[in-house]
Each structure stands twice: as structure tokens, then as C-alpha cells.
Design a protein around this ligand. Structure first.
Ligand SMILES: [Zn+2]
Length: 65
């Protein structure tokens, strides 16, 4: 199955501790996206957020309107 983050082939869980992602790095990226979406925190410490938040914000506004 392809990695949801980078679309590269990801090994099954039996061979890959980070499944369904291709690597622990992509797993971490997905977790970060999920957290920033859930809490809507645009990089509190300034280390996160690089245009990625805009997509989620726009979607939320359309839902609310
Ligand atoms: Zn990946």
C-alpha cells in the first residue's frame, strides 16, 4: 500500500513498524498534521506550520459558514 504522506510504497506492518506509513518520519508528519488540525495551533513554538495550516483553516471556515 502507498504511504499516505509521500505516496511511496510502504511495507506491511509485519515488516514495517511505522505502517501504514513508509517510515517513522512520515508517521510523525501525519501525527503533526492531525494535531495541528485538531487543536488549530499554528506553530506555537514557531517550529511548525509552513503553509500547511491554511488548507485546514479554509475548510473549517467553509464548514462553519
Ligand atoms: Zn512516506
Amino acid at each position: 500500500m502507498p504511504c499516505p504522506i509521500c505516496s511511496r510504497p510502504a511495507l506491511p506492518r509485519t515488516q514495517n513498524d511505522a505502517a501504514p506509513f513508509c517510515s517513522p518520519r512520515c508517521k510523525q508528519i501525519d501525527l503533526g498534521n492531525w494535531l495541528s488540525n485538531r487543536y488549530s495551533v499554528p506553530g506555537v513554538d514557531g517550529s511548525a506550520g509552513e503553509g500547511v495550516d491554511d488548507g485546514y483553516v479554509n475548510i473549517d471556515r467553509e464548514e462553519g459558514a
